[in-house]
Ligand binder design. Structure first.
Ligand SMILES: Cc1cc2nc3c(=O)[nH]c(=O)nc-3n(C[C@H](O)[C@H](O)[C@H](O)COP(=O)(O)OP(=O)(O)OC[C@H]3O[C@@H](n4cnc5c(N)ncnc54)[C@H](O)[C@@H]3O)c2cc1C
Ligand code: SF4
Length: 482
């Protein structure tokens, strides 16, 4: 189809629909409905094919966005897939859960709605799987080099896929019973169905990557043995150490859990697995989620599906703006108010709220949160200071409290201890610009290196680390730098 340079003036942005709330709230199936390919082709026509595509710059893996949109508009999904495959090892995951940093940089977004880049990405890869275009590609020859990747989240997986492509023999070690890290046991099924992950892992297995689950490196397998056996090791163990409210009175009461304790149970349950230990149940309870971010939103969606009586989400920071503020101009990714599909399923949200105390009942279970409203003022040093508003104290009824207030870095496990790798000032594994840690032949990538982040950043880190490892082992690399 000839390019219509004015298509963006004639075609409006159309997002994929969600299943109706009353239907989706009863199950854990994905809430978003995949767009038909004809609709995607139409949306791709809105891309202006800019000379300087800021979307490409804003995407941490440098996806060739205008180029695939060009192929899409011509119904050439096969070529669009070749381009997507060149930069992204898990487009079926980013296509579902990426916050689309690219769309904030879309030039059309300056004065109109940006192109539906994330959804276009998803349509390409789902079309490719459906039509059998995703085929295992075994490397033509093996280098004889052996690499251990520790951790099977998106960073470890992208790294392993790239290193295998370069002909190295890769073993991915995972302490959990399934591959995937937070995309397996963190992100709920209603955002990302796990069959998507299993489908990709089957391709990688056929390409020659070995996966060893239930191997906790440092505990079940000693690091000295691994250092002897492998030519290089990549640490991709994530950053799952949760931030706590340990100094808040009443924190020790029953019924207060970290978000990840709750979410991983839910994902295991949906996968039909047995839950070990006490089951965290929101059914019939007043649930309070502390933390206004994405992890908190995933708790909201899960608690509603479990049959919570009511769900309240509180956040200590002020309510973000709905439009770009002046200090966050295009094309930066702005911090705006985000209303997710989970919020729309039933949730009261409050901002500028500080939890002062958890109060329990006679059985030692949390029943009330004592809170106070706060305001934020910029000090002379430019830093924001929090001030409690006198007389604004109030209480929230709570039968279950979920702490979703972020992560403070990698768990300080025997893996890091026995390796004796240097940590940076934030407690993450320190590396040089070549992703190399303070220990010879040990590299690091993903959340373990940069702190809790995003899937697309984990993939980017995994790919960059793979390039660095390949160069370290072979003197030069056949892999792309990202
Ligand atoms: C609830 C939740 C929802 C999220 N939602 C989104 C979203 O919608 N979009 C988005 O872009 N990002 C999201 N994120 C962030 C994203 O999931 C992470 O940034 C990403 O998964 C990090 O990838 P990773 O590979 O570095 O680490 P992880 O995914 O954390 O994987 C690390 C793996 O290493 C394993 N491991 C650790 N130590 C050892 C050891 N000693 N031996 C063997 N294995 C080990 C762990 O078991 C884990 O499986 C979310 C995060 C959370 C917590
Ligand atoms: S991975 Fe994320 S930032 Fe990159 S093109 Fe896809 S949606 Fe955009």
């Amino acid at each position: 189809m000839a390019k219509d340079p004015k298509a963006f003036l004639k075609i409006s942005r159309k997002d994929s629909p969600y299943r109706p709330v009353e239907e989706r709230i009863k199950d854990y199936k994905e809430v978003a409905v995949l767009k038909g390919i004809a609709e995607t082709e139409q949306q791709a026509r809105r891309c202006m094919d800019c000379g300087t595509p800021f979307c490409h710059w804003a995407c941490p893996i440098g996806n060739y966005i205008p180029e695939w949109n060009d192929f899409l508009k011509d119904s050439n999904e096969a070529e669009a897939f070749v381009l997507l495959n060149a930069t992204n090892n898990l487009p079926e995951v980013t296509g579902r859960v990426c916050p689309a940093l690219c769309e904030s940089g879309c030039v059309l977004g300056v004065n109109d709605d940006p192109v539906t880049i994330r959804e276009n990405e998803l349509s390409i890869i789902e079309y490719a799987f459906e039509k059998g275009l995703v085929k295992p590609q075994k490397p033509k020859k093996r280098t004889g080099k052996k690499i251990a990747v520790i951790g099977s989240g998106p960073a470890g997986l992208a790294c392993a896929a790239q290193l295998n492509k370069a002909g190295h023999s890769v073993v991915v070690y995972e302490r959990d019973d399934e591959i995937g890290g937070l995309i397996r046991y963190g992100i709920p099924d209603f955002k990302l169905k796990k069959g998507v992950l299993d489908r990709r892992i089957e391709v990688w297995k056929k390409e020659g990557i070995k996966f060893e689950t239930e191997h906790n490196i440092g505990e079940d397998v000693k690091v000295e043995g691994l250092l002897k056996k492998f030519d290089a090791i990549v640490l991709a163990g994530g950053a799952k150490q949760p931030r706590d409210l340990s100094s808040t009175p009443g924190r020790g009461l029953k019924g207060i859990y970290f978000a990840m304790e709750y979410l991983s149970q839910r994902n295991r349950e949906v996968a039909g697995k047995e839950i070990t230990g006490e089951k965290i149940d929101a059914k019939g309870r007043d649930v309070v989620v502390i933390g206004g971010g994405d992890t908190g939103s995933d708790c909201v969606g899960s608690a509603n599906r479990q049959g919570a009586r009511q769900v309240i989400q509180i956040e200590v920071l002020p309510k973000p703006p709905q439009e770009r503020p002046e200090d966050q101009p295009w094309p930066v990714y702005p911090r705006l108010l985000k209303t997710t599909s989970s919020h729309k399923e039933g949730c009261e949200r409050m901002w500028s709220v500080l939890t002062k105390e958890f109060v329990g009942d006679d059985a030692g279970r949390v029943k009330v949160l004592r809170c106070v409203k706060v305001e934020w003022e910029k000090g002379p040093d430019g830093r924001w200071n929090m001030k409690e508003i006198a007389g604004s104290e109030f209480e929230i009824k709570a039968g279950l409290v979920l702490l979703a207030i972020g992560f403070i870095g990698p768990e300080k496990s025997r893996l890091l201890n026995d390796l004796n790798v240097k940590l940076d000032s934030r407690g993450n594994v320190e590396t040089d610009e070549n992703y190399q840690t303070s220990v010879e032949k040990v590299f690091a990538a993903g959340d373990m290196r940069r702190g809790q982040s995003l899937v697309v950043w984990a993939i980017s880190e995994g790919r960059r680390a793979a390039y660095a490892v390949d160069r370290y082992l072979m003197g030069e690399s056949v892999l792309p730098k990202i």
